[in-house]
Write a protein that binds this ligand. Structure first.
Ligand SMILES: Cc1cc2nc3c(=O)[nH]c(=O)nc-3n(C[C@H](O)[C@H](O)[C@H](O)COP(=O)(O)OP(=O)(O)OC[C@H]3O[C@@H](n4cnc5c(N)ncnc54)[C@H](O)[C@@H]3O)c2cc1C
Length: 461
């Protein structure tokens, strides 16, 4: 089913006048229904894409809603770094993945141009940087690429991608390429992620093809425009610490400032480590059905490091570089945003991120520079521009504790299980609960919000 058909279908079954028309309503302001349709109220925990979209849909149904956000900004893992760079620098999501999904439409509807992220690559093989075009006779490289493109058809046992690579007898000189192309972008390393989970996700994918960057505009500003009606209902600097739902008539939330908030319907959109670590204490405890599922969904520590250079030495037309180093993937975030294209974004995920525990930001930057120097004849250190460099450690942030969710071995069905409503009063959204293979994306977060609004409307109407 195409995305737009799916959006239309969602409205079916909702009583006339209450149909929520999906994303287009989010961008073209619709009239607010004059009479309240529900005399209870909704609280949403988390002002990322999922939380904002959820709240907007309720607001537009004239249902009382409030969003409690732990940090001092909305957007969640869509996060702008204003300083240090002469163009909007995204420290979280930046590439819009696919062109038939709600997030792509939202960016388009904002009037901002999108530029296609180039498929041009360089890759490290045998300690040298290579152009894939020169590897057409390299059997190991070709086997690795065939392995990756065949993941979508995988029907063997549920293994990590690393173990599947061993089973396929791929030579070790290309393992890092498989890891960089299958796991790093999903926020982990290949010893953690399930090949079956990735395969299922690829099969379920309906979000279109291509990767895009918004030209000269920060994604969080696009969100600010699309969600302008809901921003006044977001209460920042309000980390929720407790949820008490013992009373059948109300749910009582306590925040870290000692304030309490009451609601009849609660939507939880926080990243899954927050729930896994018990950072929000539920009374009574959440059912084991929900929490046990979290053991089968991964979300690892990870760094996005922006490395600035005075001159682009890797090639202005190159989109991505896959290496055998600490950052399995580097890409050029300045495409469409910076004429000089002189920044490289290093993605350090999973076990590579864990291995950096205890290192200072400066040590991490120096490590990356030395690894790039080995591939580019010392150019990285020579061209390094410290003033345009920034290290974002997502694992260390107390309200995220990781990068993005991914399927672990035996993870089939875990997202749905975690997202099972509790008592028909507590509902779960957020990218980890996206059910169409688009976990770990902005559109997955938005789509999970659509699902949760539908679930709530079915209950309260
Ligand atoms: C480095 C990186 C790169 C990425 N790249 C891409 C990409 O290129 N393309 C793409 O589509 N996606 C990408 N993603 C993933 C994408 O950013 C997320 O999937 C999406 O933004 C998640 O939205 P969400 O609403 O589910 O969660 P979040 O955006 O995480 O929102 C959850 C909110 O809950 C808040 N919160 C946490 N605890 C509490 C509490 N106790 N009380 C109140 N509030 C709380 C958090 O502060 C946060 O604002 C990337 C993510 C990262 C980190």
């Amino acid at each position: 089913m195409k995305r737009r058909e799916a959006v239309k279908k969602l409205a079916i079954g909702v009583p006339a006048g209450l149909a929520f028309p999906g994303l287009l309503a989010a961008c073209e302001k619709t009239q607010v229904t004059p009479t309240p349709v529900y005399d209870g109220n909704v609280i949403v925990i988390g002002a990322g894409a999922a939380g904002l979209y959820t709240a907007q849909q309720f607001l537009r149904q004239n249902i009382e809603v409030k969003v409690l956000e732990a940090t001092d900004r909305y957007g969640g893992r869509v996060r702008l770094q204003k300083e240090f760079f002469d163009f909007p620098m995204e420290m979280g999501a930046d590439r819009i993945i696919g062109d038939t999904n709600l997030w792509y439409d939202m960016v388009q509807n904002s009037g901002i141009n999108v530029v296609e992220f180039p498929e041009t690559q360089r890759l490290e093989l045998d300690n040298l940087i290579k152009d894939p075009a020169d590897l057409s006779n390299d059997i190991d490289y070709l086997s690795a690429m065939a392995f990756i493109s065949d993941i979508v058809n995988y029907n063997g046992p549920d293994l990590t991608i690393e173990n599947a690579v061993f089973s396929a007898n791929l030579p070790s000189r290309v393992h890092h390429l498989v890891e960089g192309m299958t796991a790093t972008g999903r926020g982990t390393s290949f010893n953690n992620i399930s090949i079956k989970g990735v395969s299922d996700g690829l099969q379920a994918w309906q979000d279109g093809s291509g990767r895009y960057l918004a030209e000269n505009q920060a994604l969080v500003n696009i969100m600010g425009g699309a969600f302008s009606d809901v921003i006044p209902y977001v209460q920042l600097n309000t980390p929720v610490t407790q949820v008490n739902y013992t009373d059948l008539n109300k749910i009582v939330l306590t925040d870290a400032n000692g304030e309490t908030h009451e609601c009849t319907i609660l939507i939880v959109t926080v990243p899954i480590p927050i729930i896994k670590n018990g950072d929000i204490v539920f009374t009574p405890e959440l059912p084991i059905t929900n929490t046990a599922a979290l053991d089968r969904i991964g979300m690892d520590a990870g760094y996005k490091v922006m490395l600035g250079f005075y001159v682009n030495f890797w090639g202005k037309d190159i989109g991505t570089i896959y290496t055998n180093g600490t950052a399995r993937e580097y890409y050029a975030p300045g495409i469409g945003r910076d004429k000089e294209n002189r920044i490289l974004a290093a993605l350090i995920m999973g076990d590579k991120a864990e291995a950096l525990a205890g290192k200072t930001e400066d040590e991490i930057v120096q490590l990356l520079l030395s690894e790039l120097d080995a591939l580019y004849d010392g150019e990285a250190s020579q061209q390094f521009d410290e003033s345009s460099t920034y290290v974002m450690d997502w694992g260390a942030n107390p309200y995220f504790k990781g990068v993005k969710s991914y399927p672990m071995v035996s993870g089939t069905g875990a997202a749905k299980q975690y997202a099972t409503p509790v008592d028909n009063r507590i509902f779960f959204a957020g990218e980890a609960t996206a059910l169409n293979g688009n976990y770990g994306t902005v559109q997955g977060a938005i789509e999970s919000a659509e699902r949760v609004v539908k679930e709530v409307l079915e209950v309260i109407l």
